[in-house]
Design a protein around this ligand. Structure first.
Ligand SMILES: Nc1nc2c(c(=O)[nH]1)N[C@H]1C(S)=C(S)[C@@H](COP(=O)(O)OP(=O)(O)OC[C@H]3O[C@@H](n4cnc5c(=O)[nH]c(N)nc54)[C@H](O)[C@@H]3O)O[C@H]1N2
Ligand SMILES: Nc1nc2c(c(=O)[nH]1)N[C@H]1C(S)=C(S)[C@@H](COP(=O)(O)OP(=O)(O)OC[C@H]3O[C@@H](n4cnc5c(=O)[nH]c(N)nc54)[C@H](O)[C@@H]3O)O[C@H]1N2
Ligand code: SF4
Ligand SMILES: [Mo]
Length: 701
């Protein structure tokens, strides 16, 4: 779906090729200057991922530049008045460093924590991880990616030995026979990608969509399954059951390329279609229709997104679908396999370079002595000085201000107050801190409660790499200089490190940092050591792993497609890991009789901190989507306010009465304050992903 540009202003200077500030597609775009300080985005037709197409968020991304709400000076909360007041950079950074020192002197190194973001460039994510471990000496660092694709990451690591969102280029979708989208609304969340579905169907291929709501993605489906939220694993087990019963398992592939199938087969044996129907609400005919499509396809892809993953059983659910793919011999076969559609701009790279509580750069594990030695060597510090594993994102926030929890938090690239689960509780924890520092472009809801707010550069004003949902490392080039008074996250980190007398220096030059990141990642799973800025520009991006070539040998070509010959486990085989269906952490009951799910709309991005300020985008406010039958039962009318209540809180918003949602389910977008007052903070045991996608709720007029 290509949308047309909203503004028609003529550029006054030559355009710079860069990429969109928002989602994981990282659409190629041009940025041109208009007038004295403005910028406008345009099509970069040759970039293969989007071929010139952008969604409305991409076309309007330039509007934040020069916006009156753009932060351009550091702000410090005045102790006497309680208000934020302007400060100069030295005053603000001196203050932050002094308070960090005092807090660490009193409570130890782990009393200061860092919260990063999957929208940060690779260079920033890398520097932030290094800053936490070396300059702060804290184990307490994690990031919002934990709420994004961590369940798919955990499942990918367990089953395939590696975690790369898509193991093939996105355009491969056009060449397959069948695509199954489990909990993805990509027509709204990555619109230019929807053209691959359209082209696939023009070729005679089929699309299956699994979603409790008939979305604009589902409108493109040949088969649409509408399960109860939180039951996708039962569906996957039911599919495996039928595949086995009908003799459709690729026994040769299973024998040669995998281990553990017999147990998975036994695990699925009890999931006959009638039982699946009872649990999921998906009829036995529909389930059989899905298996018929799989039986007739010579190539097929199973793709999951947040609808399947943001559950207390998210990892198990993804494992269930990977098992389906493995049983059919899909991973590694041409135009086939399992993939996760990652979400944030650098959702993929953000999790590879060390801002995750348990990881060091190159997707190395922080508790692995060899990994610690390698990374410490690159950093020029003693491996024993590196802290161990910290708390995961929600656990970190939940511990803030408690007896043994952090007393200070530095936030880079997340609007926690809006986007964290059980947000009122999280906001209380943030309020209890001795020091909250937020780096942001705008006064987000989280910045508004900070003690110190530091204004940072936005995407068009800085250079850095991102890794898109295909594992393609791309380069954003600085197109314009930042407004006076604004610094990049890299400068903030370097300025603090210096004031904290860090044992090593922190560069602010992205290309230099990228080269160091490459060395730190060398030999790791996500090896970037063969990638340079020049190569990225010459090759329209480079896919990792891409190790540096030994002297005299040709450069490594990068890895667009994975698993053709082997998987990333030591024995080269994929593993069937057997998931057991438990269901949602909270089921409806007499008081809270409906399922609440949450998600996105096309015109807004995430917590809305950026997009709600862009005037050309629709800012309709939160709404509650519900079925006419439910509306009738509670006496609600379209457009009139309803109240949604859960065990955690309540919100009021206009009803949107639609026939496209299950009658037992309501949907609220999370771009506006409210949805996350309701959500459940139950966590997946392995990924620590919160259950954003289902809880029990009551809806009243
Ligand atoms: N417009 C827009 N685009 C975005 C973003 C944005 O904020 N706005 N954010 C980006 C990011 S970070 C991400 S992570 C991606 C997310 O991209 P998606 O995963 O496509 O987005 P969501 O709307 O969160 O969820 C997708 C669908 O899951 C369905 N769903 C809810 N519960 C269940 C369930 O139990 N099972 C199944 N099968 N489906 C369920 C919802 O109805 C929804 O249609 O989008 C990226 N792109
Ligand atoms: N109920 C519910 N909640 C959800 C979800 C859901 O589906 N349902 N989805 C979850 C998912 S998948 C995600 S990814 C999260 C995302 O939620 P958040 O973590 O809140 O993500 P953003 O709104 O993108 O926040 C980014 C913030 O950083 C700022 N920013 C942008 N670029 C930079 C930069 O380079 N440096 C710095 N310092 N700041 C920058 C932006 O202005 C913004 O305030 O929300 C999660 N929350
Ligand atoms: S699809 Fe994603 S990357 Fe492309 S223009 Fe829209 S928000 Fe930007
Ligand atoms: Mo996300």
């Amino acid at each position: 779906m290509t949308e047309t540009p909203v503004t028609g202003a003529e550029p006054t200077r030559p355009a710079t090729r860069t990429h969109c500030p928002y989602c994981s597609l990282q659409c190629g775009m041009t940025v041109s200057r208009i007038g004295r300080a403005g910028i406008t985005t345009g099509a970069w037709d040759e970039f293969p991922v989007n071929e010139g197409a952008l969604c409305r968020k991409g076309w309007t991304a330039g509007e934040l530049r020069g916006h009156r709400e753009r932060l351009t000076t550091p702000l410090v909360r005045d102790r006497a008045t309680g208000e934020l007041r302007s400060a100069d950079w030295d005053e603000a950074l001196d203050l932050v460093a002094a308070r960090i020192r005092a807090i660490q002197d009193d409570h130890g190194r782990d009393a200061v924590a860092v919260f990063g973001g999957g929208g940060l460039t690779n260079e920033k994510a890398y520097q932030l991880g290094k800053f936490a471990r070396v300059a702060l000496g804290t184990s307490q660092i994690d990031y919002n990616g934990r709420w994004c694709m961590s369940s798919a990451a955990s499942a990918g690591n367990q089953a395939l030995g590696i975690d790369r969102g898509l193991p093939f280029p996105l355009a491969d979708i056009e060449q397959t026979d069948l695509v199954i989208l489990v909990g993805s609304n990509l027509a709204e969340t990555m619109p230019p990608a929807a053209r691959h579905l359209d082209r696939l169907r023009e070729r005679g291929g089929k699309v299956v969509v699994i979603d409790p709501r008939l979305t604009s993605t589902a409108e493109r489906a040949d088969l649409f399954l509408q399960p109860v939220p939180g039951t996708d694993l039962a569906l996957a087990l039911g599919v495996l059951h039928l595949l086995d019963a009908r003799g459709l398992v690729d026994e040769e592939y299973v024998a040669v390329r995998t281990t553990g199938f017999e147990e998975a087969r036994r695990g699925a044996a009890a999931w006959w279609p009638e039982r699946v129907e009872r649990v999921t609400g998906v009829g036995t005919d529909e389930l059989r229709a899905l298996v018929d499509l799989l039986a007739g396809a010579s190539a097929a892809m199973v793709l999951t997104a947040r609808g399947a993953e943001q559950h207390a059983q998210g990892t198990a659910t993804v494992l269930g679908w990977i098992n389906v793919a493995l049983a059919l011999g899909l991973p590694g076969a041409p135009y086939s396999g399992y993939g996760c559609l990652t979400g944030q701009g650098n959702g993929q790279g953000g999790r590879e370079h060390g801002q995750k509580a348990d990881q060091l750069p190159g997707y190395r594990m922080i508790d692995d002595p060899a990994a610690r030695a390698h990374v410490a060597g690159v950093w020029g510090v003693d491996a024993d000085s590196l802290p161990g594993k910290g708390r995961s994102a929600y656990e970190l926030l939940d511990a803030l201000g408690t007896e043994d929890g952090p007393k200070a938090l530095l936030v880079h690239g997340s609007n926690i107050v809006v986007s964290a689960p059980r947000a009122s509780h999280v906001t209380e924890r943030l309020d209890s801190l001795d020091l909250l520092v937020v780096c942001d472009l705008v006064m987000s809801e989280t910045a508004a409660i900070a003690d110190v707010v530091l204004p940072v550069t936005e995407w068009a004003e800085e250079t850095g790499t991102m890794t898109n949902l295909e594992g393609r490392v791309i380069l954003r080039r600085r197109a314009v200089s930042p407004p006076a008074g604004v610094r990049s996250d890299l400068e903030v980190v370097a300025g603090l490190a210096e004031r904290l007398d860090a044992p090593i220096g922190f560069s602010t030059d992205p290309e230099e940092i990228f080269a160091e990141l490459g060395r730190a990642s060398a030999g790791g799973k996500a090896d970037y050591s063969g990638i340079t800025y020049d190569r990225i520009e010459a090759e329209a991006g480079v896919f990792w792993p891409c190790p540096a070539a030994p002297e005299g040998l040709a450069a490594h070509p990068g890895t667009p497609r994975m698993f053709a010959d082997s998987f990333a486990h030591a024995d080269g085989r994929a593993r069937f890991v057997v998931p057991e269906f438990v269901g949602a952490a909270e089921e409806p009951d007499a008081t809270y009789p409906v399922h609440l799910t949450t998600g996105r709309v096309l015109g807004q991005y995430q917590s809305g901190a950026q997009t709600r300020r862009i005037r050309s985008l629709p800012d309709e406010g939160a709404f509650v989507e519900l079925h006419p039958m439910l509306a009738h039962r509670i006496g609600a009318h379209d457009g009139e306010p309803v109240v949604v209540r859960t065990r955690r809180g309540e919100m009021k918003a206009p009803a949107r009465v639609v026939t496209t949602i299950r009658p037992d389910t309501v949907f609220v977008p999370f771009h506006w304050v409210g949805a996350n007052r309701l959500t459940n903070d139950a966590l997946d045991p392995s990924s620590r992903m919160p259950e954003f996608k289902v809880c029990a709720a009551e809806v009243t007029r």
